[in-house]
Design a protein around this ligand. Structure first.
Ligand SMILES: C[S@@+](CC[C@H](N)C(=O)[O-])C[C@H]1O[C@@H](n2cnc3c(N)ncnc32)[C@H](O)[C@@H]1O
Length: 214
């Protein structure tokens, strides 16, 4: 592993807006950090945190938490948030597998899953961030009127997600196989991460699913 990456992985834990399970009860630590009672929304698999940061800028009266198990990626987003002095954005260095144990009381307003890894191999299906196991985790932490937003460039992943979401008794609120060739729904934010910009440049169509419990 390169030295700079190793350095980021150890330094990320020292940043004041990055929490992990080793630090104690993340739910309490996040509330103390935000120092308000505003709602919390999550970006799962946030990478460099582009989505989390833009959402926090659009909605200053809501809190946004980026979640990823890769410290070197979170490092970029967390540093940017500190430079921008954004008080309503923080990061959790953990896998989404642990969300139920983390958010024991808190109910999450929205969950954003932009461009998750497709995990093509059959044996990797449980790792897909819309596998039945992950959908059950989201069900436990999401508010009844909460929404989940999924974006992907991958048609097979989109089909898998749609089928799994329907089979697991969620309501599909909006879905598109080519988001920018239609009139996008009014609740869609015009946020494009580096991944999305790259895929659009390659001429790929962006697929989107918004789903919820109600
Ligand atoms: C393709 S990147 C997308 C990053 C970001 N959402 C974007 O659009 O720029 C997928 C990210 O998901 C993270 N990831 C994959 N599985 C995860 C899991 N179970 N829990 C947390 N993060 C996960 C990876 O570490 C990676 O950073």
């Amino acid at each position: 592993m390169a030295r700079t990456k190793r350095k980021k992985i150890s330094e990320v834990r020292l940043l004041p807006n990055v929490f992990s399970r080793e630090d104690g009860d993340s739910e309490i630590l996040l509330r103390e950090y935000f120092a308000n009672n505003n709602s919390i929304s999550l970006e799962i698999g946030c990478g460099h945190g582009d989505y989390t940061i833009e959402l926090a800028q659009i909605y200053p009266h809501r809190n946004f938490v980026g979640i990823d198990f890769k410290g070197a990626r979170i490092y970029y987003g967390a540093k940017r948030v500190l430079d921008l002095k954004l008080p309503n954005s923080a990061f959790l260095l953990t896998g989404a597998e642990w969300l139920i144990g983390i958010f024991k009381k808190e109910k999450i307003e929205e969950i954003f899953i932009p461009f998750p890894d497709p995990h093509y191999k059959r044996k990797s299906i449980p790792k897909r961030l819309v596998s039945p196991e992950f959908l059950n985790i989201y069900k436990s932490v999401l508010r009844n009127d909460g929404r989940v937003h999924l974006k992907t460039d991958n048609t097979d992943f989109y089909r898998f997600a749609l089928k799994t979401i329907e089979e697991n008794d969620w309501n599909i609120i909006y879905t598109s196989l080519s988001l920018y060739n239609e009139n996008p729904p009014e609740f869609l934010h015009n946020i494009k991460t580096k991944y999305e910009m790259h895929y659009l440049k390659e001429g790929r169509k962006i697929k989107y699913i918004c789903f919820g419990l109600e």
